[in-house]
Design a protein around this ligand. Structure first.
Ligand code: PLP
Length: 377
């Protein structure tokens, strides 16, 4: 039973089906001018249109990349080249590692980075954002939804602040895509990233949206993607991503179903287990995520006991779950990790009510076992 959909999702069989011909007989290079290549090129354009329409963007604002990490890094590195005289960037203390590591790199190059703080629920204070703005602020980078907590950040307000102050705005929408409406004609965002493998497409394909008016300096040079991202296009994965986006339209109701299951799960765990703490914003939270801790129970131990019941959850973000270091996102929330170390449960399209019941039973049993063991030690 898989409950780690913020980490990655299972590829939808319809997506796989759509990709298959491009791994078999339709192997043409989209740059070739004979029909095998032209066919690949046309299909890429169709996928691009599907994605652009979904985001209410224009087709030439969509660049295919290898993953959202690449998209994030490219957006930031392009932004810094747009005005080398400006050396200040504002981001948050809860961004994904791909943003955080890029910021650390920029610090080495002499940039000054402001990491906005969050409160115990992981919420931002927009007043802090306003007062952090300086004459030399070049870029604001804030995610749409957080991978560990599920918090949704007020992107419309943040983009308005960026606009008023003539600052570029980058948004990591990896955990938001498919879970909430993203209309890029309504939201004034300059660059935005997301990834295929969080929406039932394969790993290894990402999107970077670059608003038409924004100058873009590529990281990988080459003629593909209108000179903005070199390298022969990953045709099968691009087709898969186009299909996954198309499928999101048929799955609009999934979010309601998933939210109901998540709320049931939270409710039941709170009633059946004493001394529980739920992390994150209880109001502005994506439908599928629950970050929950059981007093005195170590998340890593709980994860292993649950695994022995064939239940997969995470201890935080997948990217740092092998590290012994506590999560910087939870540290930013001043979490009492010695007593309340959380597991992250992130539901997806394929989870059923039956599975949720088994998950509740599994957690109740595992927490009781671990608390008993802890009291004996
Ligand atoms: N941004 C967020 C918020 C994420 O959760 C992730 C993946 O976990 C990424 C970026 C990176 O995505 P990718 O694996 O496509 O590089």
């Amino acid at each position: 039973m898989y409950f780690d959909n913020n980490s990655t999702t299972k590829c939808d069989p319809i997506v796989l089906e759509a990709m298959k011909p491009f791994l078999e007989e339709q192997y043409g290079n989209p740059s070739s001018i004979y029909s095998l290549g032209v066919y690949s090129k046309e299909k890429i354009q169709q996928a691009r249109k599907e994605i652009a329409d979904f985001l209410n963007a224009d087709e030439d604002e969509i660049i295919f990349t290898s993953c959202a990490s690449e998209s994030n890094v490219c957006a930031i590195l392009s932004a810094i080249q747009s005005d080398p005289s400006k050396k200040h960037i504002i981001t948050t203390s809860v961004e994904h590692a791909s943003i955080m590591e890029t910021m650390k790199y920029l610090e080495q190059l002499g940039y000054d980075i402001t990491y906005l703080s969050v409160d115990q629920f992981g919420r931002l204070d927009l007043q802090e954002l306003r007062s952090s703005i300086r004459k030399d602020t070049l870029l604001i980078a804030v995610m749409m939804a957080n991978n560990e907590l599920g918090n949704i950040y007020p992107i419309a307000e943040i983009s308005a602040i960026a606009r008023e102050n003539h600052i570029l705005f980058h948004c990591d929408a990896v955990q938001a895509i498919g879970k909430m409406k993203i209309d890029l004609k309504e939201l004034d965002i300059d660059t935005l990233s997301f990834s295929g493998h969080k929406i039932y497409a394969p790993k290894g394909i990402g999107i970077l949206y670059v608003k038409r008016e924004i100058p873009y300096v590529p990281l990988i040079f080459g003629h593909q993607e209108k000179n903005r991202r070199g390298g022969t296009e990953n045709v099968p994965y691009i087709i898969g991503l186009g299909k996954a986006i198309e499928l999101l339209k048929n799955h609009e109701l999934d979010n309601q179903k998933i939210a109901t299951l998540r709320d049931q799960l939270e409710e039941q765990l709170k009633t059946q287990i004493p001394d529980i703490l739920v992390y994150g914003d209880p109001i502005n939270r994506i439908s599928n995520t629950l970050s929950i801790a059981f007093k005195g129970v170590k998340a890593t131990e709980l994860l292993l006991v649950l695994e022995s019941f064939q239940i997969y959850v995470s201890t935080g973000s997948a990217c740092n779950s092998y590290e012994e270091k506590p999560s910087y996102v939870l540290e930013a929330c001043h979490a009492d990790l010695d007593n309340y170390s959380p597991i992250r449960i992130s539901l997806g399209r394929y989870n059923t009510e039956e599975e949720i019941e088994k998950l509740i039973k599994g957690i109740v049993k595992a927490v009781a076992m671990l608390r008993k063991k802890g009291s004996r030690e």
